[in-house]
Design a binder for this molecule. Structure first.
Ligand SMILES: Cc1cc2nc3c(=O)[nH]c(=O)nc-3n(C[C@H](O)[C@H](O)[C@H](O)COP(=O)(O)O)c2cc1C
Length: 180
């Protein structure tokens, strides 16, 4: 059955892989609404997300092209799932502290009660292992967010370690099982 998925894309070198995720989830019949942080747009433009999801992309809080209601509130009201992939160390810190300074963080705070949250982190291994990041993950898990990954491997920063984005086909499978 078709579900409303908000796909949050943040400023990781893995951001381009979220385009495949948008495509997989759209082909699975879901309504995918991509929301990009300002930093995500340094890595990939909104165009692939618009084309592959067949929906407008939210790129800032002040995009109000779709009626009177702020787009971030409408998306938060309608979402069945908030999927953040890739999720930076920065977004984990912002979410765990309730910071709401862009469209994605506002949606996360305004999310309706029935919506699930799935987070797929991607970052340098030391950023992931840092006690600050691990504490943020623990807080978010306590509030009901689910995590997928990161996995071990050769990281794009040149180091071997834990921090790679989980394979996107497996993220899509997890979405299917969470939403069924
Ligand atoms: C080339 C490059 C790659 C980066 N990759 C990552 C990454 O994979 N994970 C991460 O947490 N931060 C990464 N960063 C740092 C983030 O882009 C930075 O913390 C930014 O403020 C994140 O903003 P956002 O969370 O609002 O998207 C990278 C920065 C650069 C310049």
């Amino acid at each position: 059955m078709s579900k409303n998925i908000v796909l949050g894309v943040t400023g990781s070198i893995a951001a381009h892989r979220a385009a495949d995720l948008a495509s997989l989830l759209t082909k699975a019949g879901h309504c995918v609404r991509a929301v990009m942080t300002a930093d995500a747009q340094r890595f990939i433009t909104p165009l692939p997300f618009k084309t592959l999801s067949r929906n407008p992309v939210i790129i800032n809080l002040y995009d109000e092209e779709e009626g009177w209601k702020p787009a971030h509130i409408r998306l938060a009201d309608e979402a069945d799932l908030l999927l953040i992939a890739p999720a930076t160390a920065n977004i984990l810190a912002k979410l765990s502290h309730g910071i709401a300074d862009d469209a994605l963080t506002c949606i996360a705070l305004a999310l309706n009660d029935r919506a699930r949250t799935l987070i797929a982190p991607a970052m340098n291994g030391r950023m992931w292992s840092h006690p600050a990041t691990q504490a943020n993950v623990a807080i978010l898990e306590q509030r009901g967010a689910e995590f997928i990954g990161p996995e071990k491997g050769l990281l794009s920063c040149g180091y071997e370690g834990i921090g790679r984005l989980w394979p996107v086909d497996q993220i899509a499978q997890r979405v299917t099982s969470l939403l069924s």
